[in-house]
Design a protein around this ligand. Structure first.
Ligand code: GLU
Length: 447
């Protein structure tokens, strides 16, 4: 049996966004669930647009999501492999030189469309004889190279789309080598998938036609096709493509907005399946419910608001040990487990903890409209040490002395103690606020 190897193949020409993250995650889940390996491949043959800082940012974003890889390759390190493959194709008569300029090609396409024909390359260059080519080259034209597709059906059983069929003569012979000698994605991707023994290719459905071409290319080079799965592309809640919003949906922006990696992972792992999104604590938990067969052909709608909502659920499942270092980095030097457990149910984002930390450890302007009642309650405050029972004991005494109950009893105390009419359980918060601050605030002083 062939070993399971999945790959994520970003082009380092920008930052990762949720659409890329989804493909990266699903490949990772598939690899890990099958006990296989995961390859990070940088598709950086486009030297004009690829940048080392983007490649670095991509690695950082993947690790932030928890998607580690077993090994990495850069296509820019493998240029000789692509050249060698191109040479083999030339020898086999499957790669032919073409001399049309971009303008000429675009004109041809326009004409074909006008005549109601599909804009498929007409193979005019195939009819050129040696003399024609010599003449064109003397004129200064440098050829680009196209792969000669065979006019036969191409079919595969897609893990998401089911049986997919293409007819070779409905596709354009793809350019594999540019006039400047650089290989194009179609060639480099196939060589890598073949030589590195990739067993499954999971990618967006914008690659479906590429797959048809790549299968013929693989066969021409003596390789066997991996399994393919093409996922429908995400749209916004109105069904429009995400491309306009991709900047705002980059992983770094989401990270800056304090969205947790497991929020993104939990959401993206279920989007496009009929299964409800479950908030998972870690990727191991997410692995349990993963099944590529659950992904369907319907367009998944990505709702950024859903992320905020889910984020609260993720935070509520985090232990103090998960967040201790981050709380410290937020400047909450004395945040301990008791603080975390007290405020956690009220957080949508981790940074919301800053405000509750101030309420426990910093200055609060009390919100008081019944000063006499608050003063009376202050006089009934028990001596320290305080614990989880203090709030219950104290408010029972206040109720006994004033005859108040329910909202009338609790709300003025909460507003005086925290400056706010809602927030975490006071049973947990009061010991963190401490007697000195509590008394001063009940007396109307900022403390
Ligand atoms: N670099 C290609 C892309 O980002 C990879 C596609 C593939 O998975 O083959 O679209």
């Amino acid at each position: 049996m062939t070993e399971v190897l999945l790959r994520f193949a970003p082009s380092p020409t920008g930052h990762l966004h949720v659409g890329n993250a989804r493909v990266a995650l699903i490949n990772w889940l598939f690899a890990r669930q099958s006990g296989g390996r995961y390859l990070l491949r940088m598709d950086d043959t486009d030297t004009e647009r690829s940048r080392a800082d983007f490649a670095e940012a991509i690695e950082k974003d993947l690790l932030w999501l928890g998607l580690d890889w077993d090994f990495q390759v850069r296509q820019s390190d493998r240029m000789e492999r692509y050249e060698a493959a191109a040479e083999r194709l030339r020898q086999a008569g499957r790669l032919y030189p073409c001399y049309e300029t971009d303008e000429e090609l675009s004109l041809k396409r326009k004409l074909q469309m006008k005549q109601g024909r599909p804009p498929i390359y007409d193979r005019a260059a195939l009819a050129l004889g040696e003399d024609d080519r010599a003449r064109l080259e003397q004129e200064g034209r440098v050829p680009h190279w196209r792969f000669l597709l065979e006019d036969r059906p191409i079919a595969w059983n897609d893990l998401v789309r089911g049986e997919v069929r293409f007819s070779g003569n409905h596709l354009s012979d793809p350019v594999l080598i540019r006039a400047d000698g650089r290989p194009l994605y179609t060639l480099s991707s196939v060589i890598d998938d073949m030589e590195l023994d990739v067993s499954h290719v999971i990618r967006g459905e914008d690659h479906v036609a590429n797959t048809a071409v790549q299968i013929q290319l693989l066969e021409a080079l003596g390789g066997t096709a991996p399994e393919f799965a093409h996922l429908p592309l995400l749209t916004d809640p109105q069904g429009k493509g995400l491309s306009k919003r991709l900047g705002a949906l980059s992983l770094r922006q989401l990270r800056d907005r304090d969205i947790e990696p497991m929020t993104i992972n939990s959401y993206l792992a279920r989007l496009g399946t009929p299964d409800p999104v479950e908030v998972c604590r870690d990727l191991d938990e997410l692995l349990g419910g993963f099944d590529i067969a659950r992904f369907g052909r319907a367009t998944p709608k990505f709702d950024p608001d859903e992320l905020v909502h889910l984020n609260a659920g993720v935070i509520h499942r985090m232990e103090f040990s998960d967040v201790a270092a981050r709380l410290e980095a937020l400047g909450l030097a004395e945040a301990d487990e008791a603080f975390w457990l007290a405020v956690r149910p009220n957080l949508e984002r981790l940074s919301d903890a800053v405000e509750w930390y101030r309420i426990c450890n910093g200055r609060v302007e009390p919100d008081i409209d019944e000063p006499d009642y608050c003063r009376q309650a202050a006089e009934l405050l028990p001596e320290e040490p305080w614990d989880g029972q203090t709030w219950g004991n104290w408010t029972a005494r206040v109720a006994g002395a004033t005859g108040r109950k329910g909202k009338a009893l609790f709300r003025p105390l909460r507003r005086a103690l925290t400056g706010s009419s809602s927030g975490p359980e006071l049973g947990a918060l009061l010991p963190l606020i401490g007697r000195r601050r509590a008394e001063a605030r009940l007396m109307g002083k900022t403390a």
